[in-house]
Design a protein around this ligand. Structure first.
Ligand code: NAD
Length: 500
């Protein structure tokens, strides 16, 4: 029987485009547990067409005046600000996160748009007058061409906005391949960019899976790839993209630890652990998933956390809940499976998220907040990125034991220390091998005018997302040495040019 559900098209050359492939995939409303629409899965031919359109648009957009480009960005900022609730509602209907959290995601994306509005300043080069007699040297930042962006399901609006506002501001053109799990916000943002005056072809969206990703990674006319997702795919994207001559920034997975020293304010720690562990159902790359409690505070802290967890409402994000469902049934079951692993490995399940009551449809992909104590560091519960509402407690004897555990893990995305001892915090900041560090701040996502990225298996490539490193990534620098000749400068000299 033919489905009557809507099918989401690609967005190419400023309009919805069905592409050439028959392949589609389901998009769920996770709080209902039902398919709400289907999304097209682009073929290599669809990617080729989008890249061709973006390449053609680059001819004029790459040379558009600073005034024109900043006008479009300011226009986009205004429209997004006016209509952000609409975007948050679409986001919640496909991702599941509660509306206030979706609005927060949009707000953090808007920050990058605002940073990119400063492009007249950001795109300035440098000038050195009279480096040699009558010789000046100056540098200009030029766009790199067609840039590819591949984004994950957990921040379908914010992660693309980490990249495209800066890429567009600097004069590049874009092909975005969003997550196939919550793809609609990408088309909504594309239409809004058009409304803000962005010329057709500058921003394109091709939906799909590995086939579309591979076509982007290998396309000769794609200059760069900005990827965010899980570590194995980030590594693959980095290796494949660079092997095809592209600059690649590929941000991967995480397992973020929060180190609690005995002098910390345990009420503040408990609030922070609950917010950072269970916000967005733990589906954040900056979620806290391991609490390292330096004894003797673990028992008291666990009580405080358990108490707060008892008050959390898990349910449909459109209602007044604290936490929504997980993204798919498959992912929900995988996360819940770690509770069995915990029991087998000798950990203590303090709060079992499978037992909860949920304020939503029976078929929603529900799992309540879960707390596991005494998790062995050999257990998969400790070592895997679970990406769900599961907070593990590991008891350690000293600060040094805690830092050693953090530094011996494969990831290095985010971490936090909670203490009232400034010296200990300062030592932690220096000793910890993690790219983003919070001091009494559990989710230390840098503001838009700094850059976002971790260490080790949390990033491949040497450019972080947005901020100054984003500007560098989306530009290349040309250095010009100029001399306006006077007849006295003539003469033959085959030696290497020297300054005089
Ligand atoms: P994912 O790796 O499954 O997918 C990310 C993107 O890659 C999607 O667009 C997807 O379609 C594509 N993809 C998936 N499998 C592929 C394959 N075999 N070949 C080519 N492309 C493929 O990640 P996800 O589940 O969507 O997102 C969650 C992950 O993203 C978590 O690991 C999380 O930590 C990570 N993440 C990291 C950051 C960060 O800044 N470091 C931010 C957000 C999310």
């Amino acid at each position: 029987m033919m489905s009557t559900l809507p099918v989401l098209d690609h967005w190419i050359a400023g309009t919805a485009d069905p592409g050439t492939s028959d392949r589609t995939g389901p998009v769920y409303d996770p709080a209902l547990g039902e398919v709400s629409k289907h999304v097209r899965y682009g073929s290599a031919a669809d990617v080729d067409r989008a890249v061709g359109v973006a390449k053609a648009a680059f001819d004029s957009w790459g040379g558009a005046s600073i005034a024109k480009r900043s006008q479009v960005l300011f226009g986009f900022r205004e429209l997004l600000n006016q209509r952000k609730d609409e975007l948050a509602a679409i986001l919640t209907s496909e991702h599941g996160k509660v509306l206030s959290d979706a609005a927060g995601e949009v707000a953090r994306g808007l920050e990058v748009v605002e940073f990119a509005c400063g492009m007249p300043h950001l795109s300035k080069g440098a000038f050195s007058q009279n480096v040699s007699t009558d010789v000046d040297v100056y540098s200009v930042k030029e766009p790199i061409g067609v840039v590819g962006i591949i984004s994950p399901f957990n921040f379908p609006a914010m992660v693309p906005m980490w990249f495209f506002p800066i890429a567009i501001a600097m004069g590049n053109t874009v092909v975005l391949k969003p997550s196939e799990k919550d793809p609609s916000v990408a088309n909504w943002m594309a239409a809004l960019l058009k409304e803000a005056g962005l010329p057709d072809g500058v921003f394109n969206v091709v939906h799909g899976d590995k086939e579309a990703v591979d076509a982007l990674l290998t396309h000769p006319d794609v200059a760069s790839i900005s990827f965010v997702g899980s570590t194995p795919i980030a590594k693959y994207v980095y290796e494949t993209g660079t092997a095809h001559g592209k600059r690649v920034q590929a941000l991967g997975g995480a397992k973020n630890h929060m180190l609690v020293l005995p002098d910390a304010d345990l009420d503040l720690v408990a609030d922070s652990a609950v917010n950072a562990g269970f916000g967005s159902a733990g589906e954040r790359c900056m979620a806290i998933s391991v609490l390292l409690a330096v004894e003797p505070v673990a028992d008291e802290l666990i009580e405080k956390i358990r108490d707060r967890m008892g008050k959390l409402v898990t349910g449909d994000g459109r209602g007044s809940c604290d936490m929504g469902p997980l993204i798919t049934r498959e992912h929900r079951d995988k996360v819940a499976g770690y509770l069995d692993v915990a029991a087998t490995d000798g950990a203590t399940v303090v709060v079992d998220g499978r037992d909860g009551e949920f304020d939503g449809a029976a078929n929603g992909f529900w799992l309540g907040p879960t707390l596991i104590d005494r998790v062995p560091t050999t257990s998969a519960v400790y070592n895997d990125e679970i990406f769900g509402p599961v907070l593990s407690v590991v008891r350690v004897a000293t600060y040094a034991e805690g830092v050693e555990l953090i530094n011996s893990g494969p990831y290095g995305n985010g971490t936090a220390i909670f203490t009232n001892d400034g010296g200990a915090a300062r030592r932690f900041q220096r000793e910890v091998e993690v790219g983003m560090v919070g001091i009494n701040v559990p989710i230390p996502v840098p503001v838009a005018y700094h850059s976002f990225g971790g260490y080790k298996a949390s990033i491949f490539g040497d450019a972080k997302a947005y901020g100054p490193q984003g500007v560098e990534f989306f530009t290349r620098e040309k250095a010009i040495t100029s001399r306006w000749l006077d007849p006295s400068h003539g003469g033959i000299n085959l030696g290497f040019p020297q300054n005089s």
